[in-house]
Design a protein around this ligand. Sequence first.
Ligand code: AMP
Ligand code: ZN
Length: 114
Amino acid sequence: MSDCLFCRILAGEVPSTEVHSTERTYAFRDINPGAPTHVLVIPRQHIENAATVEPDHGEVLAEMLVAARDIARAEGIHDRGYRLVFNVGEDTGNSVPHLHLHVIGGRKLGWPPG
Ligand code: AMP
Ligand code: ZN
């Protein structure tokens, strides 16, 4: 059994609320949402974080971005806008060592982020 939380979600060992699914990606609602829409898009393969991405991850990364756009459309936030975030490292509070793209929207989002 993997000790990676998001690998366990992918294996169905930890429950999640599915939002979207593709051959190489899976998306589910963040358990602690920071906005009306807060979805996490993850690769089905274990990649640690955005800093460990390599050129041969290109296909799965593109699929994550396409998934994010499709989710934004389905959530009704595509036209008003939304934020895509990869947290990397301690200063960002990055807490789960499995690459995940935050899709955040549904309200005005401040910039720069706090
Ligand atoms: P990060 O801080 O970028 O590592 O984001 C990790 C995110 O995963 C946080 O926003 C958490 O709220 C979220 N999270 C942690 N555990 C779960 C879970 N079991 N199901 C859904 N989201 C989770
Ligand atoms: Zn993992």
